[in-house]
Design a protein around this ligand. Structure first.
Ligand code: AGP
Length: 628
């Protein structure tokens, strides 16, 4: 997930773009770059590493043009270095891209056959080549983009400029956000309003497959086929306090929107981009304390971790609340990918049920706060039983983190909202990494399978950004949703823990009755609950449970149930039996839970907000349950 900024206007584009990138640096900081008009040419300056490295390079650079684009990168294709940094320039066309071009291999092969030589390993550069080839015929950048659009599949937001039209910038997207700031004789286009707000509070939101054309002081929006689009100009009303919430009404909503970044931050340390393989970086099995972990020898630690984990024959995952539901999803990942037996326990049960923990067991505890009393007690019990222990925490140096043998981190940044969101999806990202790692260590997956699982993980942040668009849907639907007497969340397989999590979110935020159920259990009782005042939320992506889940839904429909279904792409079967249908991007079964979490969180958030509840601090709850 990257940050992109484009500017046309009377200010110095370098200042506007760099300050905008600074506001977007959280979206990725593997490398950064700008392409800004100078003497009729777009001068490209790029640097690996954080934005500061680019700023050093730009100190001595002067530009006399009015137009420029910039980018701060989270690498998905091609290792983070200057060669792979954006903008990419091809024959006068310069471009920045956030997202993933899924059909990049086919495009690259086609271009290679035409004799094209590449200056990077990125999928983004290919789009610059495609546009540069088209613009030779169209002699117009906007027309060239229109002709290239149908060739692209994937999640992308792109800004592109061309030296033969030095007053024109074209923007287009499918998935990741692009927002257009409408200033007095200037335009700022960026991934987030944070990069725009200091120039104007008037914005337009570009929708998927729309194309924006900035030409001089004119901003026009078109459909992909060229029909003009009339767009509403929204006024951003931010109070000073809201700036701290980055313009969001609540910390929880801000944290829901931070989730693509949170997953990216969680998995990045453990992914080797060049080989598309995973590693467990600095877990700490080679040291005895967290203080030593700070100075650990990564190579030595990797060997100690492999030595420790390859002897493991069973895993216990122990946690509370939302962390427990993440752990339950982890069971499906670990058993299907690593072929290792996994037991999941609620910590308050585990600590008192006198669990039988055989030798060569790993007890994996999950805790955002790292201070949950029951989870800590379970960890201590496991250590007393001689088990190897690992934790997945968000708060470093928390008690659970300190007392575990091995350490993995959610890396989500501070989670202020009591209802856990970004920590949950980060944990799912880490459990993906852990499953793939153990799968390779136990020779349960091939090299090709590992690459596919890693590719699916790398695509997740951009796909998550596409799903965040449902924020406005639930804001509008929340009034109707709160009228139901209760909600029944259901799913099968790895989607079942998501049903549990969705129900928990609604309970803890809206104080409404909600239950999560395995969809296969419907006939064993819940079917009796269903009438027109019970809203069913069915999590039904295109995975190996899809057909059975749809037939469960038809049973519920036949009894008058009202239905929200969450599925993959355009799904006429689900749409036909649902009152509301929410589509997710096509993703691996391992990634679906990360995408499904977002609408489930937004539903609960907006219903609670519509009820006037204190979303960030729901009644009776605390962010960390440090007592039994
Ligand atoms: C989740 O929204 C709740 N705040 C709660 O269930 C929480 O997940 C649980 O208390 C566990 O907290 P932890 O992850 O900090 O251990």
């Amino acid at each position: 997930m990257c940050g992109i900024v484009g500017y046309y206007g009377p200010q110095d584009p370098k200042d506007v773009i760099v300050s905008g990138l600074k506001r977007l640096e959280y979206r990725g900081y593997d490398s950064a770059g700008v392409a800004i008009l100078n003497d009729g040419k777009f001068k490209v300056v790029r640097a690996p590493g954080k934005l500061g490295e680019l700023q050093k390079k730009l100190e001595t650079e002067k530009f006399n043009g009015a137009l420029g684009i910039g980018h701060t990168r989270w690498a998905t294709h091609g290792v983070p270095n200057e060669r792979n940094a954006h903008p990419h320039k091809v024959n006068g066309v310069s471009l920045v891209h956030n997202g993933i071009i899924e059909n990049y291999a086919q495009i690259k092969e086609r271009l290679r056959k035409d004799g094209v030589e590449f200056s990077s390993d990125t999928d983004s550069e290919l789009v610059a080549h495609l546009i540069a080839r088209k613009v030779k015929d169209t002699k117009d950048l906007f027309k060239a983009v229109q002709q290239v659009l149908p060739e692209l599949t994937g999640a992308y937001s792109i800004l592109v400029v061309w030296e033969d039209q030095p007053d024109t910038m074209v923007a287009f997207k499918n998935g990741p956000p692009l927002i257009i700031g409408v200033g007095e004789k200037e335009a700022v286009i960026a991934s987030d309003v944070q990069a725009i707000i200091s120039h104007t509070k008037k914005v337009m939101y570009l929708e998927d497959f729309e194309v924006a054309k900035v030409q001089g002081n004119k901003i026009e929006i078109f459909s992909a086929t060229g029909e003009p689009r009339k767009k509403e100009i929204h006024q951003i009303e931010w109070s000073a306090e809201q700036v701290e919430k980055a313009g969001f009404k609540h910390f929880m909503l801000k944290e829901i929107h931070e989730q693509p970044r949170a997953v990216a931050n969680a998995i990045a340390p453990h992914i080797r981009l060049d080989s598309k393989t995973v590693q467990l970086k600095n877990v700490g099995f080679s040291v005895n304390s967290l203080d030593e972990l700070a100075k650990v020898d990564s190579e030595k630690d990797a060997l100690a971790t492999a030595e420790k984990l390859k002897g493991i024959e069973r895993i216990f995952i122990v946690a509370c609340g939302t962390s427990n539901y993440a752990g339950m999803a982890g069971k499906y990942l670990l058993e299907r990918i690593a072929k290792i037996p996994v037991e999941c326990d609620i910590a308050s049960e585990f600590r008192y049920r006198e669990p039988v923990i055989p030798p060569r067991s790993l007890v994996l505890v999950i805790s955002q706060s790292g201070e949950t009393a029951d989870t800590l007690a379970a960890l201590r019990l496991a250590k007393q039983a001689g088990a190897t222990t690992m934790s997945i925490c968000n708060v470093r140096h928390s008690t659970i983190d300190r007392e575990s043998h091995g350490h993995l981190y959610m890396n989500s940044g501070a989670e202020i909202g009591v209802a856990s969101t970004k920590a949950f999806v980060s944990t799912l990202g880490i459990l993906n990494v852990f499953s793939i790692y153990l799968g390779r260590l136990r020779q349960a997956i091939s090299e090709q399978q590992e690459k596919e699982f890693v590719d699916a993980l790398l695509a997740a942040p951009a796909q998550m950004e596409a799903v965040l668009a449902y924020d406005r849907f639930f804001a509008e639907a929340s009034g109707r949703l709160k009228a139901f007497r209760g909600l029944l969340y259901m799913g099968r397989g790895i989607n079942f823990p998501l049903a549990l999590e969705g129900a928990l979110k609604l309970k803890e935020l809206a104080y409404m009755h909600a239950e999560g159920y395995a969809a296969g259990e419907m006939k064993h009782g819940p079917l009796a609950l269903i009438d027109e005042r019970m809203l069913i939320v069915m999590v039904a992506p295109h995975d190996n449970h899809y057909e059975k889940t749809v037939s469960n839904l038809e049973e519920a429909r036949a009894r008058g149930g009202k239905i929200i279904s969450i599925g993959t792409g355009d799904d006429p079967a689900l749409k036909g039996i649902s009152d509301f249908y929410l589509s997710l991007p096509k993703a691996s079964w391992t990634i679906n839970p990360i995408l499904e979490a977002i609408p489930l969180q937004l539903l609960a958030y907006h219903v609670a907000d519509a009820m006037g509840h204190d979303v960030d601090q729901p009644r009776n709850l605390a962010k960390s349950v440090t007592v039994e």
